[in-house]
Design a protein around this ligand. Structure first.
Ligand SMILES: [Zn+2]
Length: 166
């Protein structure tokens, strides 16, 4: 079980060229249209960079390998200021570099949620967003206990327990 990080220290192995992950660049994980527009600096601290590396090696890289096609990060790291600017959740794991919103061509949020569940990728929270709310899958990791909580974010707002029977 890769519930705790100490069980899997693979993320400590540096990637070639200093990349955060095999398939992901710092730019992909930190760029934000809102930050650029507002002239905000969205550079992660060293601690947040370590978290982003863990997110890549434990979640994003394995998912990319499982799917066999590109995983696009629509929102990765957010400073507190950026998170506020985009009205992100106050407790958002994006602020720690521990969450990514992802999209994959040809797969909707439901298909992505199901793909994640077919793997043994650890995650704290996975949220499938309705098309009207971005249509992405949010996937977040915890440094303590990964609950594997799955939620659905319906068009009208709020969050519901994800229903896999649908
Ligand atoms: Zn998110």
């Amino acid at each position: 079980m890769t519930d705790k990080w100490d069980c899997s220290m693979l993320w400590l192995i540096p990637m070639p060229d200093g990349r955060p992950g095999e398939f992901f660049s710092w730019k992909e994980l930190t760029s934000s249209a809102t930050a650029s527009r507002l002239g905000m600096d969205n550079t992660p601290s060293n601690e947040q960079k370590v978290n982003l590396k863990a997110l890549c090696s434990m979640v994003l890289d394995p998912l990319r390998r499982h799917l066999g096609k590109p995983v696009r990060v629509t929102s990765g790291f957010r400073t507190e200021a950026l998170n506020k600017a985009i009205k992100g959740s106050k407790t958002s794991a994006h602020r720690y570099g521990l969450a990514a919103d992802i999209k994959v061509t040809g797969l909707d949020a439901h298909a992505l949620m199901e793909a994640v569940m077919l793997t043994d990728i650890p995650f704290d929270q996975a949220i499938a967003y309705a098309p009207g709310r971005g249509g992405h899958l949010h996937i977040g990791l915890s440094t303590a206990h990964n609950r594997k909580q799955t939620l659905w974010a319906p068009k009208g707002g709020g969050y519901e327990k994800y229903d896999f029977s649908k």
